[in-house]
Design a binder for this molecule. Structure first.
Ligand code: NAP
Ligand code: MG
Length: 460
């Protein structure tokens, strides 16, 4: 039996060991999920709704427990971790309304009655990354279960604890066995098998664009359905007519939340030239004032990175990085980080010399933000769209017309105006371009977990 040691990123101490499953164990779990399918889809809509509401209530009763697990096992700040556990509850509650509202259509035709049904897909495989173990799991399993699918879910190898906890809470709430199973293990083993297994009808993948692209390629062999949530390099656009104080005060939360390990991180800040210097002056105290330290303390603003490997990756863009011309990266200023054990990295603001610099183009996935000036609206839009990604972004302006024009012009799935918040369980979430395929959350997600069936009934 293979074991993976879960490490506390803030202390580097072992938290616990979790079994890494092999392909045969995955096959057995998928077979059980297939077998559980017919009974699960036959549960009356109101009863399935009730079970999901009960699941939400049990999660609610364990928010603190789940949050503590995420603090120790993933290094999330306690405030974030509580929000994340609460988000799973809210997403379950939201999709608990779905079983009784999965409406089909009645379409006028000659000679009888034509109706459509929203049928479940079967077994849905969900592959989750380490950056938001709870929300990303819930965004997949809640609508999948609501639509009558059974679910097998692979957490990231680094962060399996809360997913395992959620599966237990589902059973406690009364979900039948094998309807929702968590399969810890390696992406190259468990994830791979879910993608190639014929009876897994759909893959929901969140993670790197590289792995997501490969999964899309492999899924083509079986015309397997996929939803992909991939990387980002989102722009935070600050116009000269904006409330620059607010834009600067809020910019750190837009990129350093979860230590920058967020696909929605606004890691490129574009500032209109007349307020560029002023913005940087205001940004500096907001960054140096960020409390970086023990994620268990309630006043901590930023915790550690997930692993030594991730810290290495991040510093590869700064300390050991270079601009496009090979010169050292220009660090404008940076905040604090503890010394000693833990995968710490200080919040860092860099000034790229050109849009070809790696720190401007590539997803760093750490607490590093690059700031560039721009001239006018057209320049801002062109800079924002000069990326293969298109996940989120922000627009700061007091001009409503400009806000609307820029929001329509930026090629991105989730934009906010005079705000850096992009995630609400009741609104669709997903990416343009290489940031993904399909939408999660909100009313749209159910389409991703059902197949439309058309039935004609003759009146003869
Ligand atoms: P990753 O390799 O894409 O991993 C994401 C998930 O896919 C994990 O559960 C992983 O399992 C699994 N996986 C890996 N290879 C697989 C394969 N061949 N088939 C099926 N599943 C597979 O991401 P990462 O290595 O954790 O992070 C690398 C970079 O990806 C980050 O630095 C960041 O740039 C980006 N990233 C983006 C997001 C996002 O939300 N958009 C999230 C995480 C990472 P294991 O954990 O067991 O390897
Ligand atoms: Mg990987």
């Amino acid at each position: 039996m293979m074991l993976h040691t879960v490490v506390d990123p803030a202390t580097e101490e072992a938290v616990t060991k979790v079994e890494s499953l092999d392909a045969a164990q995955v096959d057995a779990a998928v077979a059980r999920a297939v077998a559980a399918g017919p009974a699960w889809r036959a549960v009356a809509p109101a009863d399935r709704a009730r079970l999901l509401r009960r699941f939400a209530a049990v999660v609610d009763a364990h928010v603190d427990e789940l949050a503590d697990l995420e603090v120790r096992g993933s290094g999330h700040t306690i405030g974030n971790a509580r929000w994340e556990a609460g988000n799973v509850r809210d997403v379950l509650d939201y999709y608990a309304a779905a079983p009784e509202r999965l409406f089909g259509r009645q379409i006028p035709v000659a000679g009888g009655l034509d109706v459509t049904f929203r049928e479940p897909l079967g077994v849905v495989g969900i592959i989750v990354p380490w950056n938001f173990p709870m929300p990303i799991a819930g965004w997949g399993f809640a609508p999948a279960l609501a639509a009558g699918n059974t679910v097998v879910l692979k957490p990231a190898e680094l962060t399996p604890l809360t997913a395992l906890g959620l599966a237990e809470l589902g059973l406690e709430a009364g979900l039948p066995p094998d309807v929702f199973t968590v399969l810890p293990g390696k992406g190259s083993v468990v994830g791979e098998r879910l993608v190639t297994h014929e009876r897994v009808r759909k893959i929901v993948f969140t993670g790197s664009t590289a792995v997501g692209t490969e999964i899309l390629r492999r899924a083509a062999d079986q015309v397997k359905r996929v939803t992909l949530e991939l990387g980002g390099k989102s722009a935070n656009i600050v116009f000269a007519d904006a409330d620059v104080e607010r834009a600067a005060a809020d910019a750190p939360s837009g990129v350093f939340d979860n230590a920058g390990q967020d696909c929605c991180a606004r890691s490129r800040i574009l500032v209109q030239r007349p307020v560029y210097e002023r913005f940087l002056e205001l940004l500096e105290p907001a960054v140096t004032g960020l409390r970086v330290g023990s994620p268990a303390k309630p006043d901590t603003g930023m915790g550690p990175l997930i692993s030594a490997e991730q810290r290495q990756r991040v510093s590869g863009f700064v300390e050991s990085g270079a601009d496009a011309a090979g010169r050292p990266v220009d660090v404008a200023f940076r905040g604090h980080a503890p010394d000693g054990a833990g995968f710490w990295y200080p919040p860092t603001v860099v000034l790229p010399r050109s849009t070809a610099d790696p720190v401007w183009r590539e997803e760093v996935f750490g607490p590093v933000v690059a700031v560039l000036p721009f001239d006018d609206e057209a320049d801002a839009i062109a800079l924002a769209n000069d990326t293969e990604y298109g996940l989120s972004g922000s627009i700061w302006t007091r001009d409503v017309g400009r806000a609307l024009r820029v929001a329509r012009a930026v090629e991105s799935g989730n934009l906010s105006v005079n705000s850096n918040s992009s995630v609400r369980y009741s609104t669709p979430f997903g990416g343009f371009k290489r940031s993904g395929l399909g939408r999660e959350l909100g009313p749209d997600a159910l389409e991703a977990f059902t197949e439309v069936k058309n039935v004609f009934i003759s009146d003869e």
